[in-house]
Design a protein around this ligand. Structure first.
Ligand code: ZN
Length: 281
């Protein structure tokens, strides 16, 4: 499997290094689509072509802050609640025996440097490692799960705690699906680019103050388990996202919710850093 970094530059699928990009359609002589969603459905082609493309002359240079959501319109967006033990404890919730799976509506997805348009006064951050499905499938066994992953990206599972807990049992999906409540990016990194794809560090800072730091090594339900569990129910398709859960340190635990003008910095080791500014819509 190849090492590559996939991104969405001005609506076109590209491979990138830190400063240069390769337009996938042009660099593949038309065999890979310029549309990011269609390109992701050609995951095996990208994987095969990436070494040659990255050895060719780049299409140009780019500014990281101009990158858009690398998976702009996923078919399904899953997220996992309470998947780090310390976060389950800070939430005063029982440590789950099975994955707590909910969905974020795909319409909440936004870019890695896009604003978060807050619609309430108990809006919270949740830094997460997000998995992007490449080759789809149903009943995927955990041993083969990583073969179905196109790459790994960063995500913010922005959450309105009032809406989330307005009902009993809570409706996680509504509270976490306001428009712009799903920043992802800045790039999607192929699984084989990681030294250990099951131990990826992540962190979150608000206005420069670190609030969260952990590694996916501490997930109670790891990526293969989640893919096996979810694909037992639904057929996963290219571009489907799984937000794998957030570490301890969310605002709800200290009653410090996001305020107008707050800047959320979300970093995933080996992927990069997103910066999202909050404002009241
Ligand atoms: Zn979450």
């Amino acid at each position: 499997m190849a090492r590559f970094r996939f991104a969405n530059l001005a609506g076109r699928a590209v491979l990138v290094n830190d400063s240069e990009y390769w337009d996938l359609e042009r660099a593949s002589h038309g065999s890979v689509s310029s549309d990011p969603m269609v390109a992701i459905s050609m995951a095996t082609d990208i994987d095969r072509l990436a070494p040659d493309i990255l050895a060719s002359t780049p299409s140009g240079t780019y500014d990281t802050h101009s990158l858009l959501a690398p998976v702009p319109s996923p078919s399904k967006v899953f997220a996992i609640g309470l998947n780090y033990k310390l976060h389950a404890e800070e939430s005063a919730m029982e440590v789950p025996e099975n994955p707590v799976v909910f969905t974020k509506f795909p319409s909440c997805i936004t870019g890695p440097f896009s604003p978060v348009a807050m619609r309430g006064h108990a809006v919270d951050y949740e830094a997460e490692v997000v998995v992007v499905i490449g080759q789809g499938g149903r009943d995927i066994p955990r041993e083969r799960a990583w073969e179905h992953v196109f790459g790994v990206t960063g995500g913010q599972d922005i959450s309105d705690r009032v809406v989330q807990f307005a009902s009993k049992p809570p409706h996680f999906d509504l509270g976490k699906s306001f428009d712009t409540y799903g920043p992802i990016g800045p790039v999607v990194v192929s699984p084989d680019s990681f030294e250990d794809r099951d131990a990826i560090g992540l962190s979150c800072a608000v206005n420069g103050e670190e609030r969260q730091r952990d590694t996916t090594e501490n997930l109670m339900f790891d990526v293969p388990t989640l893919i096996e569990y979810i694909s037992r129910v639904t057929t996963l398709v290219p571009g489907d996202l799984i937000f794998t859960g957030t570490p301890a340190g969310v605002g709800a635990s200290s009653k410090r919710f996001l305020a107008d003008g707050d800047v959320i910095i979300t970093s995933v080791e080996g992927v990069g850093t997103m910066s999202n500014t909050c404002h009241f819509a």
